[in-house]
Design a protein around this ligand. Sequence first.
Ligand code: HEM
Length: 377
Amino acid sequence: MLYGDYLQIDKLLSCQEPVTRMAGNEVHDEHLFIITHQAYELWFKQIIFEIDSVREIMTNRIRDEANLLIVTSRLNRVVLILKLLVDQVTILESMTPLDFMEFRDFLSPASGFQSVQFRLLENKLGVRNDLRTNYGKSNYLKIFEDQEVISIIKQSEDDFSLCDLLQQWLERTPGLEEEDFCFWEKYRGAVSSLLDDKKAEAESQADEAEKALQLSEWKRKQELFESVFDVKKHNALVARGDRRFSHKALQGALMISLYRDEPRFNQPFQILLLLMDIDSLITKWRSNHVEMVLRMIGSSQFGTGGSSGYQYLRSTLSDRYKVFVDLFNLSTFLIPRHAIPPLSTLMKKQLSLRNDGNSSDGHAWSCKTEDEANAAK
Ligand code: HEM
C-alpha cells in the first residue's frame, strides 16, 4: 500500500478547478477560495461521522455506562474540529474584497447555502425547522434540486437528532423517579425556602426604596422559577422555541449539574459541557463567517445563493439556532451548594461507581435492582 494510493491523493488534488482559469484569465485567490471550502466540507464529513456514531450509541447502547466514555471522547473530538473550523475563517480573510470581486460574478448562483453537509449537520444535531429563518419566503430545502439530496436531508429531519436522544437519556436520570429520591420535589422545597429567605430579607429593609427594589427582584426570581416548576408554562416556552427540552429532561440536566461531583454523574456532566461547547462553537463559526461576509460584500448586497446575504446570516446568530439552549439557561436555576438537598444513602450508593460490586456489567442508567427499589419504598 502506497501513501498516494491509500489516500487517493491524485483524485483529491485534481478537484481544484478555478472557473477563472477555465475562462482563460485565472484569478490567483480563487485557488484559496476553493481549497478553503473543500477543507471545510472534509471536516464537516468527519463531524457528521462522529455525530452519527454518538447518535447510534445513544439509541442502542447508552444503557451500558461504559459507553459514556466513548461518547465523551467523540464529542470532544467534534469540539476540537470545530475550534479549527472557527479559526480557519481568518485564512480566507487574507483575500481582499477587491480580489474576491474579480471572480465573485463567476460563482453565481453557487453558494454555501447549498452545502448539503452543513444542513445534515444542523439537522442531526437538532436545529428545529420551524425556528429557521426562511430563505426569501421559502423553506431552506427549496434551493436543492436533486431529489436524492432532498430525500437525504428530509430523512435527517425525521430521524432522532442528538438533541432528541439526549432528552430521552436525561429523562431516565437516576433519582428523578417519585418513588425514589424524587429530586424534583426536594429541589422545589430548597428553592422555595431560598425564595422565602430572600423575601424576608427584602421586607426587613428599613429604606423603602431599597425594600421595593429587593421585593421586585424577589418577584422576578419567583416568576422565573415558576416557569420551570409549572409544566404548562414550561411547555408554552417550548412551543415558542424559547426552550427545547421536555420538562423531565430539564429536570435530569439540572440534577446532573447540581450533583456532578457524584462519580456516576461525572461523565454525564462532561457530556453536557461538550454539547454546550459544540453549540457555542457553531455560533462562533456563524459569527466569523458573517463578519467575513460583511468585509467581502458589505451589508446590502444579495448573496450569490439569492438570500439577503449579511442580513440573513445575522439572523442565524440568534438563540433559535442553538440546539442545547436549555443547557446554557440551566445556570439561571442553579442554587448555592449549601442549599442543594443532600442525597439519601441509597441515592448516594446508586451514584457511586461500584454500587453493585461489578460496574463493568454496566449498571443501567436509571435502573435499580428490585431490592433497591423496595428499600427505597
Ligand atoms: C468570501 C467568502 C464567503 C462569502 C462572501 C460568503 C457568503 C455567503 C453568503 C452571502 C451566504 C448567504 C446565502 C447566499 O445568499 O448566498 C452564505 C451562506 C453560507 N456559507 Fe458562505 N461565504 C463565504 C465563505 C464560506 C466558507 C469558507 C464556507 C465554508 C463551508 C461557507 C459556508 C456557508 C454556509 C454553510 C452557508 C449557509 C449558512 C446558513 O444558511 O446558515 N461560506 N455565504
